[in-house]
Ligand binder design. Structure first.
Ligand code: NAP
Length: 240
């Protein structure tokens, strides 16, 4: 049985940032940088992360909605001015013609349904506090499709209507919902690509490099600071 360890009182103070996928290639770097100056709850699944001065790390299987309830509802007094970064992701490669339907469900369960469930758990607090930043992470693939990544792409493009609707329903409460649509970054999912594919990606990127963590941090901070940037897809891809 999974044992969840967390003690949000440990570090004191209110928590501003909730990062899912915090053990991922991108999430871990984002967690390390943002926890230098923000209180953070970093959520991973199988990988155990170390707490730091500002960061509490918890293992939560986001597919198990009871674990989300436990994390959020039992600790809501510690959550204030919340920004949630939905980085957790599942992706299985395969052509659509024979893509197993259970893998479609698994992909959507994490990339879409658990994102929605976590947001549903946080919205009442955000509404009470008249402030919230919901930031989803998508991929250039979600917009354009890619051979062998059709279901991942579909799970990401589903975020668009959902995020835009969040922005319309809750903007009046000071809550914004936006998507950061990533091009190719040097960490995370890309680590499964071969060198030739990575070379091609770089030569097809106007700025001639892969994205780095600071590119994402700048975008997150911009969205956090602006209450007027809402319901948008911020494309972060070095130029196409
Ligand atoms: N890397 C890129 O170049 C790139 C490009 C475009 C878009 N993106 C987007 O950026 C985001 C982060 O991508 P990444 O490359 O960092 O991904 P990644 O390295 O594959 O990390 C995936 C993360 O999701 C977590 N996760 C998986 N199943 C989970 C579950 N059931 N419950 C809770 N957490 C779970 C993993 O936790 P554990 O490891 O602890 O199990 C891990 O932290 C994704 O939304 C992705 O679509 C990335």
């Amino acid at each position: 049985m999974l044992v969840i360890h967390w003690d949000l009182q440990l570090l004191g103070g209110n928590y501003m940032l909730i990062i899912t996928g915090a053990s991922g290639g991108i999430g871990y770097e984002v967690f390390k940088k943002l926890s230098l100056e923000n209180k953070v709850i970093a959520i991973s699944n199988r990988n155990k992360l170390e707490n730091n001065e500002n960061g509490i790390c918890v293992n939560v299987n986001l597919l198990n909605h009871k674990e989300i309830d436990q994390l959020i509802y039992k600790n809501k007094e510690n959550l204030d001015q919340i920004t949630v970064l939905n980085l957790a992701v599942k992706s299985f490669d395969g052509l659509l013609a024979n893509y197993p339907i259970e893998k479609v469900r698994e992909t959507f369960e994490l990339n879409f349904f658990s994102n929605l469930y976590l947001v549903q758990a946080l919205l009442p607090m955000m509404i009470n506090q008249k402030w919230g930043r919901i930031i989803h992470f998508s991929s250039i693939v979600g917009n354009e499709g890619a051979t062998g990544a059709g279901i991942y792409a579909a799970s990401k493009s589903a975020l668009i209507g959902y995020s835009k609707t969040l922005s319309k329903e809750y903007g009046r409460f000071g809550i914004t919902s936006n998507i950061i649509e990533l091009g190719y970054f040097e960490k995370g999912l890309i680590e499964s690509f071969n060198q030739e594919k990575i070379k091609n990606i770089i030569s097809n990127t106007s700025i001639r490099r892969l994205g780095v963590t600071d590119d994402i941090i700048h975008a997150i901070k911009f969205i956090q600071k602006s209450d007027f940037y809402n319901g948008e897809v911020l494309k972060l891809n070095g130029g196409k």
